[in-house]
Design a protein around this ligand. Structure first.
Ligand SMILES: Nc1ncnc2c1ncn2[C@@H]1O[C@H](COP(=O)(O)OP(=O)(O)O)[C@@H](O)[C@H]1O
Ligand SMILES: [Mg+2]
Length: 398
């Protein structure tokens, strides 16, 4: 069987390896250290750095494709690999749209797709450009690092112009180029996940609602409740069109805003398995991790239908201080109380706000969305903190 190599040893690589096992394969990973989530589970680990060409060559040697668990690999190194005959998927020309928010914004506007108004803040006139943009949008602006941000790190919502200028000044001093964009008056956030193979087959999952807390994804409801057929189809069409026109291979998440006046606006793209697709591991006929492998291997893509009327995913985050009760014991109690909870743990240390796992609850026919969501969040909160949000006493003592 073929070997796929993945750059990065985080939870996305770990869960891709899990899908590789079912396909009779094992994933090779490039990990920074032996205790990263994926390095702990696959025997085929190359220890090294994603910004070292020799390390990238070592992990690529003999692999049928090289793909990604994060978007941090420098573009020039990817081009060097391609020039040496490595099958980099998604290709660097596509991946750049998930690495560079400015390139992505420009390309999407050229394609006539809905994006928030934006401007690059670079060069000597950056402050004047920011002041002008700020005034034009009545101060409703968001500042973003063009490269390198994730989980809301690299996104600032300034309170006023002085605050915005301070963010810019700090970023110029750190050498972090920024862009400014209009702050979207939104009803909620959505994600449209799509997969595309080199053959050109495309497959989209149902559009989901994503709930962010502190700039990072906390909960996903699949499919997005009460989304009109028109907006759902529009979001799926955008995802398929982007996958095709950008030449994506693998899975891609298209993060969207549903605006208060009922339109879609595209936030950003991720060309790898994504937090908004974790529900599909238990809630769809084909999960995103297997689909990513199928796509990079140019296998026919799997059925993306939901298995239930509703599936809710809730992230397990590291608590402010790790509870005294061990993770093992928390797991035991969760299973005792919620036999239908699907737990996915990443074997990561518990640090505040860090994503260390997730729980999926696949609803039964007729289940109320709010009730399924409450159970998923209750389970995830328990796993984080060893506290039941409804006051339940796991030892039956009142
Ligand atoms: N233009 C915007 N208007 C309103 N909220 C935004 C805007 N851009 C980003 N956000 C909020 O910030 C979050 C993180 O921004 P995003 O660009 O997706 O960064 P990251 O790369 O960290 O995921 C979004 O999920 C959304 O909640
Ligand atoms: Mg995002």
């Amino acid at each position: 069987m073929p070997t796929v190599a993945m750059i990065g040893g985080g939870q996305l690589a770990r869960m891709t390896h899990q899908a590789a096992i079912a396909l009779g394969q094992r994933l090779r990973v490039l990990a920074a250290s032996a205790d990263e989530p994926a390095a702990l589970v696959t025997p085929d680990v190359v220890l090294g750095s994603h910004d070292d060409l020799d390390d990238l060559r070592r992990v690529a040697a003999g692999a049928v494709a090289v793909t990604f668990d994060h978007e941090g690999v420098p573009t020039d190194l990817l081009h060097a690999l391609v020039a040496e005959g490595v099958n980099v998927l998604p290709p660097p020309e596509a991946l750049i749209h998930a690495q560079d928010k400015s390139v992505m914004r420009r390309r999407l506007s050229e394609m006539g797709l809905p994006v928030p108004d934006f401007v690059d803040l670079d060069g000597p006139d950056a402050e004047a450009t920011l002041r002008d943009f700020f005034a034009r949008h009545d101060g409703r602006v968001v500042l973003k690092a063009i490269r390198g941000g994730y989980d809301g790190r690299g996104v600032w919502m300034p309170d006023d112009l002085d605050d915005a200028v301070a963010v810019l000044t700090r970023s110029v001093a750190d050498g972090t180029p920024l862009l400014a964009e209009a702050r979207v008056a939104m009803r909620r956030e959505l994600s449209a996940m799509v997969a595309r193979s080199p053959f050109g087959q495309g497959a989209v999952w149902p559009v989901v609602e994503t709930v962010q807390r502190n700039g990072q994804c906390a909960v996903v409801i699949a499919p997005a409740p009460d989304l009109s057929d028109e907006l759902a189809t529009q979001a799926q069409t955008i995802a398929l069109r982007l996958a095709n026109e950008l030449g994506v291979v693998g899975v891609m998440a298209v993060e969207l805003f549903e605006t208060q006046d009922g339109h879609l606006s595209i936030n950003e793209l991720a060309m790898r398995p994504h937090n908004s697709g974790h529900w599909s591991m238990d809630g769809a006929v084909t999960g995103q991790f297997e689909q990513h492998l199928r796509a990079v291997l140019d296998y026919p893509l799997g059925d993306t239908r939901a298995r239930a009327e509703v599936t809710v995913m809730a992230n397990i985050l590291g608590a402010d201080s790790a509870p005294e009760m061990s993770m093992d014991e928390r797991c035991h109690h969760l299973m005792a109380r919620m036999p239908d909870a699907r737990v996915h743990l990443y074997a990561k240390g518990e640090r505040p706000e860090r994503k260390i796992g997730h729980v999926n609850i696949v609803g039964a026919p007729g289940d109320d969305v709010a009730a399924v969501r409450e159970r998923a969040e209750r389970a995830a909160h328990w796993m984080s903190t060893a506290v039941w949000t409804d006051g339940w006493d796991e030892h039956g003592r009142e």
